[in-house]
Design a protein around this ligand. Structure first.
Ligand SMILES: C[S@@+](CC[C@H](N)C(=O)[O-])C[C@H]1O[C@@H](n2cnc3c(N)ncnc32)[C@H](O)[C@@H]1O
Length: 217
């Protein structure tokens, strides 16, 4: 997790979420609207959610708090920075969601972290694809079906700075068997590329000991 040998400050990374009109704040609103739609469409019963590299979990937590299915949500937020885990834990507690949303401090890049939490109805892979190599993005996408229940939604993000990789990412999702629900690519905000895809296949079987990606840079 380094950039030019300086460790990336993943706590400070979230600050723009609180600055109205920043690309990150716009992106958050787009992701949250897809989270809401996924919860709206979820089948009766427990709604399993997995967030990979969850950060402070803002995309999920704030939506669940006001959603009529809030008591059905069973989510794990896997995050490596303990400051973000603490922030998420505090907010989850403030909102009375402790029973349904569990932050886990750990490495989200290995499938073992998700054992017992899949197949999920909603998988969040946000803030990852802009920070890992192309091979790792492709590898992660190839493994995402194993996280999904039939009809699951996967949300992903990737900036659109040249060379814009989002067309390739969308193709890789298609190659892996996903159907695109929506893609928001706002060209005037090159930070923004938000994709939503649906898994139409059978419930996935999560392998153990499988690496999705190397460290985020
Ligand atoms: C760009 S932020 C995205 C956070 C969140 N998904 C969002 O979109 O708001 C990337 C997050 O991944 C976390 N991270 C980096 N490497 C990780 C790893 N191997 N396992 C779990 N989390 C990791 C960072 O601490 C950071 O909070």
């Amino acid at each position: 997790m380094t950039t030019n040998s300086q460790p990336r400050d993943w706590l400070a990374w979230h600050d723009d979420y609180d600055r109205a009109g920043t690309p990150l704040a716009v992106r958050l609103a787009v992701v949250q609207s897809h989270v809401r739609q996924a919860l709206d469409a979820a089948p009766p019963g427990t709604i399993r959610v997995v967030s990979i590299c969850a950060g402070q979990g803002r995309d999920l937590v704030e939506v669940v708090a006001t959603h009529e299915r809030r008591d059905d949500v069973s989510a794990v937020l896997v995050e490596a920075d303990e400051r973000n885990v603490l922030s998420a834990t505090r907010r989850i507690s403030e909102l009375g969601l402790d029973r349904g949303i569990r932050p886990i401090l750990g490495d989200a890049s290995v499938t073992d972290r998700y054992v017992g939490h899949t197949p999920a109805h909603l998988v969040l892979a946000c803030g990852i694809f802009g920070n890992i190599g192309e091979d790792d993005i492709h590898n992660t996408i190839r493994h995402l079906p194993s996280f999904c229940s039939t009809g699951a939604t996967v949300l992903w993000t990737r900036h659109r700075r040249p060379p814009d990789l989002t067309p390739t990412v969308r193709r890789w999702f298609g190659d892996a068997g996903f159907e695109e629900i929506a893609f928001a690519g706002l060209t005037h905000l090159p930070y923004i590329g938000v994709g939503a895809v649906r898994w139409p296949g059978a419930n996935g079987a999560l392998p153990t000991g499988t690496r999705l990606f190397n460290s985020l840079g």
